[in-house]
Design a protein around this ligand. Structure first.
Ligand code: AMP
Ligand code: GLY
Length: 429
């Protein structure tokens, strides 16, 4: 069995780790991979935007299944390309991936399917956006419609701020073509939830619900990042909440996508906000979340490879159920000082052996590289994901935080409060 995982983040290290557990004898490749995937998979010197090169590689090496981590190659049509060449790949087609690559399209789908989401309008013209913002008032959210590496949504406390945000996108073109269309939507106040479902286009199976921590600072202060930590499961996402998400959001969205000739196969990431007990969609992503995956896959009991394989072959997963262990996972991201702004690289990383040997801890790499002189060095803004496992979030968070303290590199920064909402709920139970 030969497998290829595309991407280089903590999410991809986690996918490689899960596949390696399921298939100890498989030959696994990671393109391009990172300092952590190296011990589990062979690194391939191809970046995620080299989709023709990746298809050539998969063909020449007779890869049995390719799994795509990030959105960019999906939006560029990697799945269509592989399928045209008869190569098995898990992920949505380019037309289906538009659910993430065009927020304007995603809102249109939601409107047609009657999905609970914030009221919105879409604009290509600044004066029209400006008058809508003035009329609607604040708080209000201005979003670049296209892919903007998680930085395209601006939550505005005043109408002036929102007008500035719309101007920066539509006139100053700060997000390039991604900001040529802008979605302006009402602010929704509630607790956020990430529900990842695996789908064959009709039937869908949820993984354990998780919660990201996007802002850089403790207590959710400061600017948004790619994600500073996550935990799973989330107690507010009980069986009845998940049933509600499936019934009011996932299944009607999949049905609408199918009606439009854009059958959605792969992982559908539902970014939700729970408002007075009801789930609303904030965004859809066409892939696994990062850092949610680092918390969710370690507590996923069921093997995923057979599910990915079935979906890649166009088979149904209707008869399938995904099981989760009864443990909790908390993932703390260790970042380089300065992130999400500028930061330095090349610092030696020291991970104590006691951490590597602890079955209750997992360390997934993101921005790491091999030091030519031996060992690992930092090579990105988010460096490591440190996952603690425990009987509940309190215990898992303690493990994760202790390990985060013990790992060393110059300029290490991390949030010490990952999982704080769940820990508070556990305390008051
Ligand atoms: P997005 O890129 O659409 O996921 O937005 C990034 C972040 O902005 C979300 O995780 C939320 O924290 C926030 N956000 C986006 N849309 C809204 C909204 N309508 N109401 C409140 N917060 C939002
Ligand atoms: N954790 C947010 C994302 O993956 O988009």
């Amino acid at each position: 069995m030969k497998l290829l995982v595309i991407g280089s983040g903590g999410r991809e290290h986690t996918l490689v780790w899960k596949l390696r557990q399921e298939e100890p004898d498989a030959q696994i490749f990671a393109a391009p991979g990172n300092g952590g995937t190296m011990s589990l998979a062979e690194s391939v010197a191809l970046t995620v935007d080299q989709i023709d090169g990746l298809a050539d590689f998969a063909e020449s090496r007779q890869i049995d299944l390719t799994v795509v981590g990030p959105e960019a190659p999906l939006a560029a049509g990697i799945v269509d390309l592989f399928q045209e060449r008869g190569l098995a790949i898990f992920g949505p087609s380019k037309a289906a991936a538009e659910i993430e690559s065009s927020k304007a399209f995603a809102k249109e789908v939601m409107q047609k399917a009657g999905i609970p989401t914030a009221p919105h309008r879409t604009f290509n013209d600044f004066p029209e956006a400006q008058s809508y913002i003035r009329e609607r008032g604040a708080p209000i959210v201005v979003k670049a419609s296209g892919l903007a590496a998680g930085k395209g949504a601006i939550v505005c406390r005043t109408a002036d701020e929102a007008v500035d945000a719309a101007r920066s996108m539509l006139i100053e073109q700060r997000f390039g073509s991604a900001g040529a269309t802008v979605v302006v939507e009402d602010f929704l106040s509630g607790e956020e939830l990430s529900v990842l479902v695996i789908t064959d286009g009709e039937a869908a199976q949820p993984l354990a619900a998780s919660q990201d921590h996007k802002p850089i600072g403790e207590g959710d202060a400061g600017p948004n990042t790619g994600g500073m930590g996550a935990y799973a499961p989330v107690s507010i996402a009980d069986d009845s909440m998940i049933a509600r998400v499936m019934e009011t959001i996932v299944l009607p969205t999949l049905a609408e996508m199918k009606t439009q000739g854009r059958t959605y196969r792969g992982v559908l990431y539902c970014g939700l906000t729970v408002v007075e007990g009801e789930p609303f969609v904030i965004e859809f992503n066409c892939r696994f979340g990062d850092p949610e995956t680092q918390a969710v896959l370690p507590i996923t009991d069921s093997p995923l490879l057979p599910v990915f394989g079935r979906i890649a072959r166009g088979e149904t997963i209707e008869d399938l159920r995904l099981a989760t262990t009864s443990r909790s996972a908390v993932c703390t991201v260790l970042a380089s000082a300065g992130y999400p702004g500028s930061y330095s690289k090349g610092h030696t990383i020291l991970i104590p052996e006691s951490i590597q040997d602890d079955p209750g801890l997992l360390v997934f790499h993101a921005g790491t590289a091999l030091d030519p002189e031996g060992g690992m060095i930092t090579a990105g803004g988010r460096v490591l994901s440190v996952v603690g496992l425990g009987a509940n979030a309190t215990e898992a968070a303690r493990k994760s935080k202790e390990a985060a303290e013990a790992i060393q590199f110059e300029g290490k920064y991390f949030r010490r409060d990952i999982g704080f909402r769940e820990i508070e709920r556990e305390r008051s139970r």
